[in-house]
Write a new protein. Structure first.
Length: 493
């Protein structure tokens, strides 16, 4: 089977990346609009309880991702990569658009949060199948030796989806009054998904199946039972477990700390104005996005393992100093957070505290948002942008090479199934639950830095396990596999 040429590669990358970015956009606007939407879909009278219920619905989307990985991974290994991620795109787009027209609690009562929960489950299942399909589809089109570079464009999509979700929300907010946005404007970002999905679906329908999958299907080498083969045969299960605990768990917590937890910390703990904090994180994301490609390309030269392990290590030792610097830069002088539990509902709320004239008092909001240019002329804002940017650098180190590693770690006939599960457990469970876990630890201890202990421990354990057990894969030639040659043996370094 001949090696691919570059003429069609960028079309493949565009088709895969645009669809994956849209799916991340769909997934993230739900969380980005939490404070606006939660009172609309739950009983009135306790906004804190409503927010917690809404965020729990948000968390469900992460928890079900591994099940989506198994379901769609099996389809991808049996029927084809292209077919599986066409279905995930339709499900995600349809579910997201449905939120845009869903009646609120005031209209249909408890049916509203029940439907919202079902939609979130569908979104999580779809995203569980999307990433593996996109990563495998691109990887099975590109030449050996440049896989880290080409697949790194898929790695940008998650961060780009978060950025686009923040940007669309901010743009829509700025075109109407706050009251109009709360009343109906919040639906617009969800409805925009219809157009985005339609464009992506058109592009993907024109693409052919992965040439490697076409080959193994034509030669009868497709696995009849990919789930059984991936998770009951010890050599394959061992790769799955090592990939999870030696790569994706640490990558997941680093990704969510550098983006989601940073935003939560700015808004909820340091009392930075919500809009200002969103712009701070969005600007840091834009500054960091080219680094996904840099580290992906670098992994083709020096290996995936070295870069990913370095990212986990530097993140684990740097988080506490970085977040202390963010506290000092913000100017809100928050020293602790007092948690209060509603005696009726049990809901927990956090109140950041500062010391004024020797007395502990609730901290005041800082960096009020006037307009973007005013924010960009503020030295404090730039200090915070740079501190978040440093965390985004860690994200790009662990995330840029990981798609190439996962593709190379598993044989073609079970590749979609086998790589999707550790990826989505590492990201959806270890990483996705980080904001909830962080909030709980801060609420229990009152220590505004205690929420970082979880990602520090997971990243450190991943560094130790990965350094000892992870196999270097950048020398694996997956094109030789379909020619009956196992290619270069992976190297441990």
């Amino acid at each position: 089977m001949p090696m691919p040429v570059d003429t069609k590669i960028w079309q493949v990358i565009a088709a895969s990346a645009v669809g994956t970015m849209i799916e991340w956009y769909d997934f993230y606007i739900f969380g980005s609009l939490a404070s606006v939407i939660s009172p609309l879909f739950y009983p009135s009278g306790n906004d804190t309880l409503a927010l917690i219920a809404y965020l729990s619905t948000f968390a469900v989307g992460f928890v079900v991702r591994p099940f989506g990985a198994l379901f769609f991974g099996r389809i991808g290994d049996l029927v084809g990569r292209k077919y599986a991620f066409l279905v995930t795109l339709i499900i995600m787009g349809g579910a997201t658009a449905l939120i845009g027209v869903l009646p609120t609690y005031a209209s249909i009562g408890m049916v509203a949060p029940a439907i919202l929960l079902l939609i979130r489950i569908l979104q999580g299942l779809a995203l569980g199948g999307e990433y593996g399909g996109a990563a495998v589809y691109v990887a099975e089109h590109v030449p050996d030796g440049r896989r880290g570079f080409y697949t790194s464009f898929i790695q940008i999509t998650a961060t780009l989806g978060l950025f686009v979700s923040l940007a669309v929300i901010l743009i829509v907010q700025n075109t109407m009054s706050a009251a109009s946005f709360r009343a109906w404007g919040w639906r617009v970002p969800f409805l925009i998904s219809i157009v985005l999905v339609a464009v992506s679906l058109y592009i993907r329908l024109r693409m052919k199946e992965s040439p490697i999958f076409q080959h193994i299907k034509a030669t009868g080498a497709v696995s009849a039972k990919p789930l059984k083969e991936a998770f009951t045969q010890w050599p394959n299960l061992k790769r799955v477990l090592i990939s999870l605990f030696g790569a994706t768990a640490g990558q997941g917590v680093v990704w969510y700390t550098g983006q989601f937890y940073a935003l939560f910390y700015l808004q909820t703990i340091l009392k930075v104005n919500n809009t200002s904090a969103s712009y701070i994180v969005a600007i840091a994301l834009v500054m960091g996005m080219p680094l996904f490609v840099l580290f992906g390309a670098l992994s083709d030269r020096i290996g995936r393992k070295r870069i990913m392990m370095a990212g986990c290590l530097v993140a684990a030792v740097s988080y506490l100093p970085i977040y202390r610097a963010m506290q000092a830069a913000a100017g809100s002088n928050v020293v602790t957070a007092v948690s209060q539990r509603n005696p009726i509902t049990g809901a927990v709320s956090l109140t950041p505290q500062t010391i004024v004239d020797g007395t502990m008092r609730p901290a005041a909001e800082v960096l009020p948002f006037v307009d973007l240019w005013t924010l960009l002329s503020n030295g404090t804002a730039w200090q915070l942008i740079l501190l978040v940017f440093v965390q985004v650098v860690f994200v790009t180190m662990v995330y840029g090479p990981i798609a190439a590693y996962l593709v190379e770690a598993f044989p073609a006939k079970i590749r979609y199934t086998a790589l999707s599960l550790p990826y989505h457990i590492g990201n959806g469970v270890f990483g996705g639950l980080l904001p909830v876990i962080g909030l709980g630890i801060v609420a229990r201890t009152g220590n505004i830095y205690a929420g970082l202990y979880y990602p520090i421990v997971v990243a450190a354990l991943t560094f130790l396990i990965g350094s000892l057990l992870l196999t270097e894969t950048h020398s694996v030639l997956i094109w030789r596999e379909v020619q009956g040659d196992s290619g270069s043996e992976p190297r441990k370094t």
